[in-house]
Ligand binder design. Structure first.
Ligand code: IPD
Length: 277
């Protein structure tokens, strides 16, 4: 059977690497920082330029394809996943890290056809780690195969999560309460590198057993979702059941035992869906 999407994936890798160079160069200069939904939801000129570069290049090569891009959506483009081949792009995942020079920043490019994710590319550019995965073809970091941890005991696990950019006190209370309950299970530790995509790649790499967050967007997790599942991991909603890419909630785990154990401790809440009209 012809490999329909390999060309698109190769192009995504090339673009992610090029974007990574731009992001690293920008770190040497003054960043033009702006706010989006609130004073802690940051964006820079680099985020916008990198997204433009990716979208312009993909449009030239694949004129029929559709896009969901973080900065395009912020500028008013719709965030709707159709059956059409769709590139789901976060030009700089970990913008707050980027602004502060905290060294975990990724370019995240996911690709879906018929609403199913086909491949994911996450380039952690400061670490120079290129994570790639293609449906049914495995997950890799710089060409080396990835495999999730085989840990089944929650009290031998590290769990990753983030505070995100929601500062509503009720939501923050739930975030802390969930973390407190998970920490006291007990687990070996709680971590978070400030990039949803990299946290998920760490699950795929076997360094942490699970990552969960409420408030992420589809562009933060689309690419890394393929990487986690191709590394043998599972994706679910924070209340259990299948992950819904547009729901702004994600739980990625090495296996169902760890995932479902964490579900029991999470105080779930809802965020406005990415595809809300
Ligand atoms: C953010 C990062 C962060 C997560 C936020 C995301 P951005 O993405 O992934 O780790 O906590 O929920 O929005 O805004 O830097 O692309």
């Amino acid at each position: 059977m012809p490999d329909l999407w390999q060309d698109a994936m190769d192009h995504a890798v090339t673009l992610a690497r090029k974007a990574g160079e731009i992001v690293k160069d920008a770190l040497q200069n003054d960043l033009k920082i702006m706010c989006k939904s609130s004073s802690v939801d940051l964006v820079t000129k680099t985020d916008q330029n990198v997204e433009q570069l990716i979208i312009t290049s993909v449009k030239e090569k694949f004129p029929e394809h559709s896009f969901i891009g973080e900065e395009s959506v912020a500028a008013g483009e719709p965030c709707v996943l159709t059956e059409n081949p769709t590139w789901i792009v976060d030009p700089v995942d970990g913008t707050t890290n980027f602004v502060h020079g905290y060294p975990f920043v990724a370019i995240s490019i996911g690709f879906a056809v018929n609403k199913m994710l086909e491949f994911g590319v996450v380039y952690s550019c400061i670490e120079d780690k290129m994570y790639t995965a293609r449906k049914e073809k495995g997950a890799f970091c710089n060409g080396q195969p990835l495999q999730v941890s085989d840990q089944k005991e929650i009290n031998q696990s590290i769990i990753a999560t983030e505070f995100g950019s929601n500062r509503d006190p009720d939501a923050v209370d739930k975030i802390f309460s969930s973390m407190r309950k998970i920490l006291c299970l007990p687990v070996h530790g709680i971590r978070g590198v400030g990039s949803a995509a990299i946290n998920m790649c760490l699950v795929a790499s076997g360094c942490v057993e699970a990552y969960y967050e409420i408030g992420i967007h589809c562009w933060d997790v689309a690419a890394a979702a393929v990487i986690v599942s191709e590394a043998g991991g599972v994706l679910m909603d924070v209340e259990g059941g299948p992950m819904d890419l547009m729901s702004r909630r994600v739980l990625a785990a090495n296996n169902n035992i760890i995932g479902e154990r964490i579900v029991k401790e999470i105080e779930a809440f809802s965020a406005v869906r990415d595809d809300a009209p």
